[in-house]
Design a binder for this molecule. Structure first.
Ligand code: G3H
Length: 487
């Protein structure tokens, strides 16, 4: 809240998942610790945010857009100064390869810069007038109040910032709860937050979300919940709010995005995109392809190439150059993934790309399961890891039915070469998801594109410009022409 508080209370020790390779004899590697705040300190942070907002009369919400942009530009400058430390924490905390950790950092800087450009455009629109009958109208975007920002472990910096940055630039004050995996990387940024932003505008609370956040929600003082995480967390937090009608939710949640590979598809392209879609950051992305439907007549050819491509992926430690498969980030995850594989094998699937062990310490070697059917857990569950269920289909209605019956509705990929066939498929699919990708993997970017989903996958739309709207409210100033002095 404008100051870095010293802390002599309990702390959470953090061990890197990169070294949780117990059964290879490697000791867990201690990388740091963060404070475990109590409810009382979390309340103090909330009070600081509420005071700084001061019902919209505080310094930050009343600054001009140009002044807020000036603050953000100074923040970018300070952030770049600590890039190396942030990137290294990111790599150690979640096992993301060094090159992908750097990409996440650079993408975040670009996201902030793009947001500032979009903000200038929005401000131009807001400063214009429209005249209808005898009324002059001006639409302004006004802040909402206090925003709680919570991001996920897979993009602890970038995705958290896709709620933090738009919330801040629109004049809100913020409570930020860093993810459990990805909390340490905020340490190098603390001084920049404190030096650049007025007191109480951004309040970072470290600790156990389950303990701290529900009481904060129960105060009714949080106006917007910006959460990239699970629907379980989102629903639990919404329930705490005493007046849900006064809580706006901007949520990025689970997904089970399918790829549909049609006869006639360029198989090299389909394989390349499916490998990236299924396995970038070990499949630990909400946008990952999590189930593949392949037309029966090309299933064998596709699987042969797909398995070969996966087996050739370089695996290793995140700092090794060119590495693709790295350790999974969450403790206990390899056991869960192994359960999914065993369940599918018992029910008739095979791991088609390997016949040996799939785990080694915190590594989980990608496992392609075929043929998968609806009685297997991996058919329904969001694996969020490197297990790839594959089914063959005769009729296109099969993957469409799958999507209709799914609890999720984020994205889909179609691979094919016949424009008419693809066009026929797009119509039923746009009614199930919020992005249809043709001959390309599912993904969030470019960040100027809208990012959202149906059903349990999302609420509200994030993107450079949409986010400015979801973290603000449209207010009309309407003046009767006749009463105004003509000068
Ligand atoms: O985990 C969900 C992220 O929004 C995925 O983003 O598609 O850029 O990897 P990405």
């Amino acid at each position: 809240n404008g100051e870095i508080h010293s802390w002599d209370g309990p702390r959470q020790e953090v061990f890197s998942p990169v070294w949780l390779a117990d059964d290879t004899g490697q000791a867990p590697f201690f990388i740091g610790e963060y404070p475990l705040l109590t409810e009382t300190e979390a309340f103090q942070a909330l009070d600081a945010a509420v005071d700084a907002y001061d019902h919209g009369r505080g310094m930050w919400p009343t600054l001009s857009v140009a002044e807020r942009i000036d603050h953000m530009e100074r923040f970018i400058f300070r952030m770049i100064e600590v890039k190396d430390r942030v990137v290294r924490f990111l790599m150690w905390e979640v096992g993301k390869s060094l090159q992908d950790s750097e990409k996440e950092f650079d993408r975040t800087i670009k996201y902030i810069n793009d947001t500032l450009e979009a903000l200038k455009d929005l401000d131009r629109i807001s400063s214009s007038f429209t005249i209808e009958e005898d009324i002059i109208g001006q639409i302004r975007r006004a802040p909402m109040g206090v925003v709680l920002c919570m991001g996920p472990f897979n993009y602890p910096l970038n995705e958290t910032f896709t709620t933090l940055i738009p919330a801040l630039v629109m004049g809100n004050t913020v409570i930020l709860k860093p993810p459990k995996h990805g909390a340490l990387l905020y340490a190098p940024l603390l001084a920049a937050f404190c030096d650049v932003f007025p007191k109480g505008v951004i309040n970072i609370i470290y600790g156990e979300g389950k303990k701290m956040i529900p009481p904060l929600m129960a105060t009714g003082k949080i106006n917007v919940l910006g959460l990239i995480g699970t629907s379980k967390t989102a629903n639990a937090l919404k329930k705490q709010h005493p007046n849900p009608n006064r809580l706006r939710c901007v949520l990025g949640l689970e997904a089970k995005n399918p790829a549909i590979v049609l006869k006639g598809a360029d198989l090299d392209l389909a394989v390349r995109e499916c490998v990236l879609g299924c396995l970038s950051f070990n499949g630990q992305r909400c946008t990952a392809l999590k189930i593949l439907f392949v037309e029966a007549s090309i299933a064998d050819a596709f699987l042969e190439r797909f398995a070969k491509a996966i087996n050739a992926l370089p695996f290793g430690m995140p700092w090794q150059e060119g590495v693709f498969v790295t350790p999974v980030a969450e403790k206990g995850k390899t056991d869960y993934l192994q359960e999914l594989v065993s369940d599918a094998i018992i029910k008739g699937a095979k791991v088609v790309n390997a016949d040996g062990a799939t785990t080694l310490g915190s590594f989980f070697f990608p496992a392609v399961l075929y043929p998968v059917h609806h009685q297997m857990r991996v058919y329904h569950e969001e694996q969020f890891g490197p297990v790839i269920p594959v089914l063959s289909f005769d009729s296109i209605s099969e993957p469409v039915e799958y999507m209709i019956n799914s609890s999720y509705g984020q994205q889909v990929s179609i691979f094919g070469s016949d424009p008419d066939q693809i066009a026929r498929l797009i119509d039923p699919l746009v009614n199930q998801v919020c992005r249809v990708n043709i001959n390309s993997q599912c993904q969030r970017g470019p960040d100027t594109f809208p990012f959202t989903g149906r059903k349990d996958s999302a609420e509200g739309t994030l993107s450079v410009s949409d986010a400015l709207r979801v973290f603000s409210i449209r207010t009309l100033v309407a003046a009767k022409k006749t009463g105004l002095n003509k000068q």
